[in-house]
Write a protein that binds this ligand. Structure first.
Ligand SMILES: *Cc1c(COP(=O)(O)O)cnc(C)c1O
Length: 467
């Protein structure tokens, strides 16, 4: 006999569009925003339909604390197979030998992967060194200010930063070595969120070895390039490597921690740090989606994608330099350019504001030597997302032209505002006609490209027609 659905359970099989029109409509708007804009945030990407299918699956229902074969809950027959497949694919994607390397695929995000790694490698108040935030480093690498220990990585551990050279914008390895001799770190973290050049892992290993320190690479931004051998290989020299899965790897939002198996029981320490020290139940829907993304990463086509990401960044950088603009380090080796706006007497937050109004999504970014985090002197531009929309070099030359116009508008608005405050800047752009004109052109251009993950013609027309 077939049972009937109780009235209080009726909502459980109702599509989102009917069940929650408010959220549904906002998702439609966000889809149109993604489709109709130029996504230049270097840490973002457009994931695939198959990743989103796995991510939105009933795997979200399952508890599976522990590791495959050693769970605290029953019913994990298929979850175990999914996590094992994900671990296997993670090692394959980075061409790692399973007798030398292992991986934990449970971290909820890059930041939690990093905190679990610190928990595994250090005792409270042990000393670590990471790239300074204004030099392009990440918060989780020990960031603190004179007034405040901002990141848990500086609250629970003693941190000392290293920096880029003020003239060249390149990591100052000599100074790092010199300061390490005074500070004697137990851990050196390399990796960045806003650094356009590659890393000298061999040199970092030598510095770490002088102090018996661990060397950890956080390749959150460049993992797609590392996997496809379009960047130096940190696995040769590091003890632990962490990454996000949603940036150049183009998967769901999550993190991974790779560890050397034959050193200091790192396997037990990292796995124990992720669970039970820092997390509870793994997000199995996400782990399945990571597995799907990593299969794509291991396919030969991904190498072409990674090559194109770099070629596009180079083309974008050269086009901007062609307009006379200044880039930190003068160019790029990877997927991003760091644009120094200080010679224009313009700050990143103002350009970001104008670009936002013209459907160009960028982020303000501090440049080494900056004082204020809220009005930093630069902007960070990345090519991974638009390369997933099949942009090529000539398309990025067009993108540079749009950016050039956004700068010209910003400079004109700032002149009209008559001073440098953001409040007057916003007031001065209210009746500006150049911005809507630019927005229209950007929208026409962006909507002429394919959209990964969903069919733009299915975006609810009520949302579409508002534009
Ligand atoms: C993005 C990033 C992270 C953090 O990732 P979340 O998923 O946002 O927590 C960590 N390290 C680096 C270098 C990053 O760029």
């Amino acid at each position: 006999m077939a049972r009937t659905v109780d009235p209080w359970n009726a909502c459980l099989n109702t599509p989102l569009q009917e069940d929650d029109k408010e959220i549904y409509d906002l998702i439609q708007k966000e889809k149109y925003r993604q489709y109709s804009g130029l996504e230049l945030i270097a840490s973002e990407n457009f994931t695939s339909l198959s990743v989103m299918e796995a991510n939105g699956s009933p795997l979200t229902n399952k508890y599976s604390e522990g590791l495959p074969g050693a769970r605290y809950y029953g019913g994990n027959e298929y979850i175990d197979q999914i996590e094992n497949l994900c671990r296997k694919r993670a090692l394959e994607a980075f061409s790692l030998n399973p007798s030398e390397w292992g991986v934990n695929v449970q971290p909820y995000s890059g930041s939690t992967a990093n905190f679990a790694t610190l928990t595994a490698l250090l005792q409270p108040q042990d000393r670590l060194m990471g790239l300074d935030l204004p030099s392009g480093g990440h918060l989780t690498h020990g960031w603190q200010t004179a007034k405040r220990k901002v990141s848990s990585s500086s609250i629970y551990f003693q941190s000392m930063p290293y920096r880029v050279n003020g003239d060249t914008g390149i990591i100052d390895y000599d100074k790092l070595e010199e300061n390490a001799q005074l500070f004697r770190p137990k851990l050196i973290i390399c990796g960045a969120s806003a650094y356009a050049r590659d890393w000298d892992y061999a040199r970092l290993r030598r510095i770490a070895d002088q102090h018996g320190a661990y060397l950890m690479a956080d390749i959150a931004h460049i993992s797609g390039l590392v996997a496809s051998a379009e960047a130096n290989n940190p696995f040769t020299f590091c003890d632990v490597v962490t990454t996000t899965t949603h940036k150049t790897l183009r998967g769901p939002r999550a993190g991974l921690v790779f560890f050397r198996k034959n050193k200091d029981e790192l396997e037990t320490r990292v796995n124990g740090a992720v669970f039970p020290s820092c997390q509870g139940g793994p997000h199995n829907n996400t782990i399945a989606a990571i597995a799907v993304a990593l299969k794509q990463v291991a396919a030969p086509e991904f190498k072409q994608y990674a090559k194109q990401v770099r070629a596009n960044a180079k083309a974008l950088g050269e086009a901007l330099t062609g307009y006379g603009y200044k880039l930190v380090t003068g160019g790029t080796d990877n997927h991003l350019v760091l644009w120094d706006l200080r010679p224009l007497d313009l700050t990143g937050n103002k350009l970001e504001k104008i670009c936002d109004m013209a459907n160009i999504t960028i982020n303000k970014n501090s440049i080494h030597g900056d004082i204020s985090m809220l009005s930093p002197g630069g902007a960070r531009l990345g090519t991974p997302a638009l390369t997933s929309r099949s942009f090529k070099e000539q398309d990025f030359i067009k993108v540079a032209e749009f950016l050039h116009r956004a700068v010209q508008i910003s400079v004109a608005v700032q002149e009209k505002a008559g001073n440098n405050t953001m409040k007057d800047f916003v007031a001065a752009l209210q009746d500006n006609n150049d911005i809507p004109a630019l927005k229209k052109e950007v929208e026409d251009f962006a909507t002429s490209f394919p959209m990964p993950g969903f069919d733009p013609s299915t975006i609810a027309t009520s949302v579409n027609s508002e534009h």
